[in-house]
Design a binder for this molecule. Sequence first.
Ligand SMILES: [Zn+2]
Length: 385
Amino acid sequence: MQKTIIINAHVISPDVDIENAAIVLEGTKIKSVGKKAPAAKPGDTVVDVKGQYVMPGFIDVHTHGSLTFDFCDPDPQSVFKLAEAKLAEGVTTVLPTTLTVSHEELLVAAKNAKAYSDAGMPYAKVPAIHLEGPFINIKCCGAQNPKYVRKPDIKEVKEIAKVFPVKLISYAVEAEGGDKFAKDCIKMGVVPSCGHTGAKFADLKKAYKYGLRHMTHFCNQMTPLHHREIGMVGAGFLVEDLNTEVICDKIHLCPDMLNLIFTRRSLVHIQMITDSLRCSHCKDGYAFEMGGLKVLLKNGEARLVEGGNLAGSTLWMGMGLKNVHDVTGLPLKDLVRTTAWNQAIELGWGDTLGKVEKGYTADLVVINPRSWKPSAVFVDGEQKI
Ligand SMILES: [Zn+2]
């Protein structure tokens, strides 16, 4: 079988940091990773990455859109555009994320994801979707439209999952029936996540008993730490095995908070996300609507025109990694698990995705260490960028 041999690679993978390495890809898999490059045979492709980082392709479990498109737009192009932009960021697997909208609109989004999947997923892989809402706390909407907030209803999730797999759902655990809802989600293979929530620690503990282990954009749109009620932020620090999503743009969380999270929590249970919106990959001044609310992109920040709430980010995953590396000084081989492998483990793909190791799927991103942008991206062994 013909092989792709990547040479002069600086491999960064969980607990692995090897310079001047060679990675051999065969079919959709990584055949070997080592110091010595095998001799290329006729038909093999040799790619010299000139000392750049080669990391596991990023997995973004929370992103809404890009290039002016939002996943909840009725236009089937939205998923293609999102996946195309994500691939350019080095994301090889993505869970397009819905907004708090009507049930009919959620069904259309799922249908569009299915159409992308049926078309062979030409860009980043979309194995499933993330429902952010609609079962959130009306007082913690952030940029989600309160008009469409409703109570947890597993029937609604099942109807959507019939159209296209749902892997993650962000909801408020304190909502009526919110604790047992976690169990119903797990039963159907969906990871329940606490988000857009006004929950007290006691509410979280009830849902935890039913299996909840995930927190949506930790610190954002959740109860803060107070010395007589530790809230969801306190819960994130006290309960080690909560998998916390973190937006690492230094805007949603200040650099000191990023430092606190990444140096005081176990890295095993942190997942970098972008929470990027349709304005990512767009120029400053771009104005748009999100779930019926007006948003303006100014100085790289997407905020609601009314009230000024942050609406999501324009972050690229590689920049998030750079930000945390700069702020904490932690080695990349430790931080890199938060960009793919942790996500893969929780979603059930930990044996195949998230590592640059023999036997793993050849989903790789080559990162330029100066710009922190991808210069090449491989999906299932095929160089797509
Ligand atoms: Zn979001």
